[in-house]
Design a protein around this ligand. Structure first.
Ligand SMILES: C=C(NCc1c(COP(=O)(O)O)cnc(C)c1O)C(=O)O
Length: 380
C-alpha cells in the first residue's frame, strides 16, 4: 500500500462483532481471563491496549517498520531508549537539538554515568572522530530543532554499522511522510507524535518504530515495566490525526515555501534557516533524503535585542506564540527562553540559538493570511 492508504487503513479493520469502521476507544485498564493466564492477548492496559495497538501498527506501517510502540510523550520514548544503556557508555548526539532532549541527556542520564558527546552531526568526520570503544548509541535529529541542520541519515548509518553502534533518528521535524530513517540505516526511529503525527495540538505522545524483534522485546519490557504508555483516548486521537498526515504535510510544505521566500529578502530578517533554499548548507542532503522541505522555518531578526524580539513575537494575530510545532495552526516560538531554555546560553548560542532567533511552525491556514500577519508585524 502507498503512504496515503496506509495512513488511513494500516493497523485497523472493521470491528468483527459490531462492524464499527473506526477503531473503538477501549477505555479499560483490565481484561477478563477465562482462567489464570488464559486471555485474548490483553491482560492490563499499561502493557497493551487494542486502541493503542492499532495506533502502534499504523505508526510502524508509516515508517516501514515491523514494530511500533506509543508512549505518553516523546520524552518517554527517548527515556525508554536510554534505558538500554549502562554506566560508562557514551552517546554521540547533535549540538543542535530539542532542549528537552539535551535536558534528559545532561540532567537525568549523566547522573547514571552515561557520557554524552555533542557534535555537529552534519559533519561526518567529526562524528566518526567522536566514536570510542565506549560509544553505544548515536542519537540524531534531522532536520534539527531549531536551526534546521541536516544530518546524512544513510552516511551516519554506515558509520554506526561499521562500529556496531545502536543508531536512533528523531524524525519529529520531517515526519514519515517526508523521510523514513529505517530505510536509510537507522535501527530505531523516534517521534514526538505530539507534533505532525497527531497534528492538532491536542495530544502529547511519543513513538518508537523498529525492525529488530529482540530489540523490540527489550524496549517493550521497559515500556511495560516503567509504564510511560498513553491512554486509549489519546491513542484514538493520534490514530485519527495520522489519517490526514499526508494531506497536512503537503499543505505545511507549500505554505512554508511561500513564507520562506517572503522572509528571505525581508529587511527585518538577518538570517533564515530553511532547507529548501539552495544556499542552505544541508540542501543537498535534504534533496537526497527528504521528499519535501517541511513546515519549519527559523529566522534571526535584524536590529533586534531580546526586548525587541519579545515585542515582535507578541504582536502576531494569526500565528500563536506558544511551544510545540506541527499542528494545523501556525506557531511562533522563542527557543532561547521557551523550548531551549534548559540549554546553557553559551552552548545554545554556539549553534545559533541566539536571543533574536524565532522558530516558526507553519500551519495550514490560508498562506495569504499568514503572510499578511507577518507583514503587519514585520512591515512589508
Ligand atoms: C515541544 C517541543 N519539542 C518536543 C520534542 C521532543 C519531545 O517530545 P514531547 O512529546 O514534547 O515529550 C522530542 N524531539 C523533538 C525534536 C521535539 O521537538 C518544541 O520544540 O516545541
Amino acid at each position: 500500500m502507498k503512504f496515503a492508504t496506509k495512513a488511513i487503513h494500516a493497523g485497523q479493520h472493521a470491528d468483527p462483532t459490531t462492524g464499527a469502521v473506526m477503531t473503538p476507544i477501549y477505555q479499560t485498564s483490565t481484561y477478563r481471563q477465562s482462567s489464570p493466564g488464559e486471555h485474548k492477548g490483553y491482560e492490563y492496559s499499561r502493557g497493551t491496549n487494542p486502541t493503542r495497538k492499532a495506533l502502534e501498527d499504523c505508526l510502524a506501517a508509516l515508517e516501514n517498520g515491523k514494530f511500533g510502540l506509543a508512549f505518553s510523550s516523546g520524552m518517554a520514548a527517548t527515556d525508554t531508549v536510554l534505558r538500554l544503556l549502562q554506566p560508562g557508555d557514551e552517546v554521540i548526539t547533535g549540538d543542535d537539538l530539542y532542549g528537552g532532549s539535551y535536558r534528559i541527556f545532561t540532567k537525568v542520564y549523566e547522573q547514571y554515568g552515561i557520557k554524552f558527546v555533542f557534535i555537529d552531526t552534519s559533519d561526518l568526520k567529526a562524528l566518526e572522530d567522536a566514536v570510542t570503544d565506549k560509544t553505544k548509541l548515536i542519537w540524531v535529529e534531522t532536520p534539527t530543532n531549531p536551526t534546521l541542520k541536516l544530518a546524512d541519515i544513510e552516511a551516519i548509518g554506515k558509520i554506526a554499522k561499521k562500529y556496531d553502534i545502536l543508531y536512533v533518528v528523531d524524525n519529529t521535524f520531517a515526519s514519515p511522510y517526508l523521510q523514513n530513517p529505517l530505510d536509510l540505516g537507522a535501527d530505531i526511529v523516534m517521534h514526538s507524535a505530539t507534533k505532525y503525527l497527531n497534528g492538532h495540538s491536542d495530544v502529547v505522545m511519543g513513538a518508537l518504530v523498529l525492525n529488530d524483534e529482540a530489540l523490540y522485546k527489550q524496549l517493550w519490557f521497559f515500556y511495560n515495566a516503567v509504564g510511560g504508555t498513553p491512554g486509549p483516548q489519546d491513542a484514538f486521537l493520534a490514530l485519527r490525526g495520522l489519517k490526514t498526515l499526508h494531506v497536512r504535510m503537503k499543505a505545511h510544505c507549500e505554505n512554508a515555501a511561500r513564507i520562506a521566500e517572503f522572509l528571505k529578502t525581508h529587511p527585518k530578517i538577518e538570517k533564515i534557516y530553511w532547507p529548501g533554499f539552495t544556499d542552505h548548507p544541508g540542501h543537498d542532503v535534504a534533496e537526497k533524503q527528504m521528499r519535501d522541505f517541511g513546515g519549519m522555518i527559523s529566522v534571526v531578526l535584524s536590529d533586534a535585542d531580546l526586548q525587541e524580539t519579545f515585542r515582535i513575537a507578541s504582536r502576531f494575530k494569526v500565528f500563536t506564540l506558544a511551544e510545540s510545532l506541527g499542528g494545523v495552526e501556525s506557531l511562533i516560538n522563542h527557543p532561547a527562553t521557551m523550548t531551549h531554555g534548559s540549554i546553557p546560553k553559551e552552548a545554545r548560542e554556539r549553534v545559533g540559538v541566539v536571543d533574536n532567533l524565532l522558530r516558526i511552525s507553519v500551519g495550514i491556514e490560508d498562506v495569504d493570511d499568514l503572510i499578511a500577519d507577518l507583514k503587519q508585524v514585520l512591515g512589508d
